[in-house]
Ligand binder design. Sequence first.
Ligand code: SF4
Ligand code: SF4
Ligand code: SF4
Length: 238
Amino acid sequence: MLDRRRALRFLAGGAITTTGVMFMPAGSAIASVRQQGKKRLAMVIDLSRCNGCKACVVSCGMENGTKPDEHRTQVIQTSAEIGDKQFAFNLPIMCNNCEDPSCVSVCPTGATFKREEDGIVVVDSTLCIGCNYCIQACPYGGVRFTNSTTGTVDKCNFCIQRTSRGLLPACVETCTGGARVFGDINDVNSEISKLLSQSNPMVLQASKQTSPNVFYIGLTQEESNTAFSIHYPQLWQR
Ligand code: SF4
Ligand code: SF4
Ligand code: SF4
């Protein structure tokens, strides 16, 4: 159960911490990436706008052909209590397409690699031998998984088949709350850059030092420190 402070934060759509102080933004990490002068595709998820509809989960599965129980993204649902009322709290998670991904160096075949041109971490299924070293190396539970159709490792690749053609990722296009924003954080005029500069973005498990490229608005430090898994039980399962 979430505490009252976090519930109020959620309702307010702000970023109140357990101490009441705004956390340091992930801005320094973003600035460091900008200095490299490369395109860096990223996603921002505004938690105050996620209504838990899971349209993103459905559209991702349809776009990428994964089975109904194999997800590149999931929306974790938990709850918060205020007085005698209970409120839902939704946390979309996915592969972070990290700047320093721990999954790349362990891959013995080079199947998992990070694209120079835009920073997306890709799995080449024609090279993947299914050793699962990458799954073990990733600190973000379940965002990498074995696709039971192909027998190789699968994960979010920012819908590379769409974004390489200038289209939005399926989950962004179908997000009913407008919670997911995608773009190049090296372009200071992009919507995502403006959003990041106006907010206090946080990432999940910053202590793992993989420098995620999925940022959250409205995430508390407590949530940031939590090792959420894509298999976190849904509300109805608990
Ligand atoms: S979240 Fe995990 S699988 Fe995704 S890029 Fe980072 S380390 Fe690799
Ligand atoms: S499972 Fe595939 S992608 Fe992962 S480390 Fe092994 S060969 Fe590389
Ligand atoms: S960017 Fe594409 S692959 Fe990644 S979670 Fe969204 S829909 Fe799925």
